[in-house]
Design a protein around this ligand. Structure first.
Ligand SMILES: [Zn+2]
Length: 298
């Protein structure tokens, strides 16, 4: 399986709760554990401005590139603005486009980055600047390699930006399973939202997810799934209130790939959130996702 990664995904945010060092640590662990080899790694080209404009407003793109976001817009991002941030998110979007293409070729692929599901067409929020996998879907649709896509968003936070982007679009089905009483507020409706109460553990989560994917795949037949594999439903996450174990999260991954494989649907992984007290846990959860994805590659 090919795995998309760039050293420039790391924003060097230091002690920020968003551990962008996790991208490099995940890549290093995957190589160390021989889950992937150096030859499996693909360096992404940055998305073009035309690609980004398939999802985001021109005015927002211009402000990002010119460093003209307002104070309030930067506050809403909750990460510091820098030219390096702009570079990183354009690369992450390019990475998710590429991962989508590779998944169509190989059955599965992963971007060791992206999953920025809180980014809306006209603004970013919650650590998300550009909605990389929405850009991936739009670009692959534009190239006519797919017509219909599904997002399966298992980050602990609801995929508000994705829901807003694809609202009323019958070519994209958005599924989000998340903790109800957590950011974001409000939650624009996805095609299917599974609102979990606080403290849900492995078995209940897996049952809800299985029912949700079954329903989604009975209502809609995608040619590609973007799997938003957030590590933050983990019980030791600082920004999440669910109680999944590391083992439960791996079973979650396996469930997603098994259900997709049963219908022969390619899956592209993006990482999304992960704020475990120990960054090693976040990295382990992400590595497990990619190891399981690998088992389902052709
Ligand atoms: Zn999250």
């Amino acid at each position: 399986m090919r795995v998309v990664y760039s050293d420039q995904y790391d924003l060097n945010l230091g002690n920020h709760v968003f551990p962008s060092v996790k991208y490099r640590l995940t890549k290093e662990k995957l190589l160390r554990d021989q889950v992937v080899s150096q030859q499996d790694l693909a360096e992404p080209p940055a998305a073009s401005d035309e690609d980004v404009a398939l999802v985001h407003h021109r005015e927002y793109i211009r402000k990002l590139q010119a460093g003209k976001l307002s104070y309030v817009e930067i506050l809403r991002l909750e990460i510091p603005y820098s030219p390096e941030l702009v570079r990183a998110v354009w690369l992450s979007a390019g990475g998710s486009i590429l991962a989508g293409r590779l998944a169509l070729a190989d059955g599965t692929a992963a971007n060791i980055g992206g999953g920025f599901h809180h980014a809306y067409p006209d603004h970013g929020e919650g650590f998300c600047v550009l909605n990389d996998f929405a850009i991936g879907i739009r670009r692959l649709q534009k190239d006519r390699v797919i017509a219909r896509a599904m997002t399966v968003d298992c980050d602990v936070h609801q995929g508000n930006g994705t829901a807003a982007i694809f609202s009323g679009d019958h070519s994209v089905y958005t599924l989000s399973i998340h903790q109800e009483h957590n950011y974001p507020y409000p939650k624009p409706p996805s095609s299917l939202d599974i609102n979990l109460r606080d403290g849900v553990e492995d078995e209940e989560y897996l049952r809800e997810l299985q029912n949700g994917i079954e329903r989604a795949l009975s209502e809609f037949t995608p040619e590609l799934i973007y799997y938003v594999a957030g590590a933050d439903p983990y019980r030791d996450d600082q920004l999440g209130g669910l109680k999944l174990s590391i083992d439960g999260l791996e079973r979650r991954d396996r469930l997603v790939f098994e259900m997709a494989r049963a219908k022969n649907i390619p899956v592209a992984v993006t990482l999304a959130g992960g704020y475990a007290r120990r960054v090693e846990d976040t990295v382990l959860i992400h590595c497990n996702t990619i190891r399981v994805a690998q088992e389902f590659a052709k």
